[in-house]
Design a protein around this ligand. Structure first.
Ligand SMILES: C[S@@+](CC[C@H](N)C(=O)[O-])C[C@H]1O[C@@H](n2cnc3c(N)ncnc32)[C@H](O)[C@@H]1O
Length: 208
């Protein structure tokens, strides 16, 4: 069983929002900034959990949102929280690797900390089909650290199950793979949070 199906949303959200971890705030900020820069009319969040970041873009001119997550309870909560905040909303419970992963293409896709849990080549093949030409894919990858384990320790120990499927994705490997799907890197930035954890933020342009 995928460990993401065994973790309560409250545990996940509480863990990510801890001031010592602060990854919820970081991801929401990266997403909101991308929406501000690229002014998409339609966006998709892959691995949306409870909809982190959607409150920050509700008045940004985005008309259509597509939220995707493998966990039906996460999706149900995101729907409850945000279905009234945008003109058009789609909440899809599905695996981004599956053949049923499909929706009408969008202007911008946000994939923050999801490639670590999937085969990134197969995911890119699927994702590239749902980005409009000249659209953008925003990716956040976690970078390895010698001091901090991949799953930050906290009192929410249910998250430790994620270590079973977590794999670091080298940013250069993702960049190379993305080229095969018409995704050209246009922004590449490393950020280190107060916790000491570092992340690579990457923006890809859909050229073909
Ligand atoms: C680390 S969280 C992503 C961060 C989240 N966007 C946030 O801002 O908190 C990973 C999310 O991806 C979802 N997920 C993991 N594997 C998935 C898959 N194969 N297909 C769809 N969603 C997946 C998990 O259920 C979880 O909600």
């Amino acid at each position: 069983m995928n460990p993401w199906l065994e973790i309560e949303l409250t545990d996940y959200e509480s863990h990510m929002a801890l001031s010592s971890i602060a990854q919820a705030q970081f991801l929401s900020g990266v997403f909101a900034q991308a929406v501000q820069i690229y002014s998409p009319k339609s966006v998709a969040i892959l691995g949306c959990s409870g909809g982190n970041g959607l409150d920050a873009i509700s008045n940004s001119g985005v008309e259509r949102i597509v939220c995707v997550d493998i966990n039906s309870e996460y999706i149900a909560t995101a729907k409850k929280r945000f279905s009234g905040s945008f003109n058009q909303c789609e909440f899809l419970c599905c695996d981004i690797l599956s053949s049923s992963f499909s929706f009408n293409p969008v202007d911008l896709i946000f994939a923050g900390l999801i490639f670590e849990y999937v085969d990134y080549n197969s995911a890119l093949a699927n994702i590239s089909k749902v980005i409009k030409p000249s659209g953008h894919l925003i990716v956040v990858l976690q970078l390895p650290s010698e001091e901090i384990p991949e799953i930050s320790p906290s009192k929410y120990t249910s998250l430790n199950k994620l270590s079973r499927i977590f794999n670091f994705v080298p940013p250069l490997s993702l960049q190379e793979a993305a080229k095969n799907y018409g995704l050209e890197i246009i922004e590449n930035k490393r950020t280190t949070l107060k916790s000491g954890k570092s992340f690579q933020e990457m923006v890809f342009l859909k050229t073909a």
